[in-house]
Design a protein around this ligand. Sequence first.
Ligand SMILES: [Zn+2]
Length: 56
Amino acid sequence: MWKPGQKAPASGFYECDAGCWHRFSTNVAGHVLPPLPDGCAGTGWRLVEQRPGSAE
Ligand SMILES: [Zn+2]
């Protein structure tokens, strides 16, 4: 789980940890994770789907 402002460890889809379907995607590893949306009860983002090839 990564906090807003940290760099994404991999490209792919991220979801807030509160389970309220807030999603964020990036195709660039190292992209800074955005703040959670207003009204979101979560505290960070978790990687739900890593894109193939993003490990390089
Ligand atoms: Zn949320």
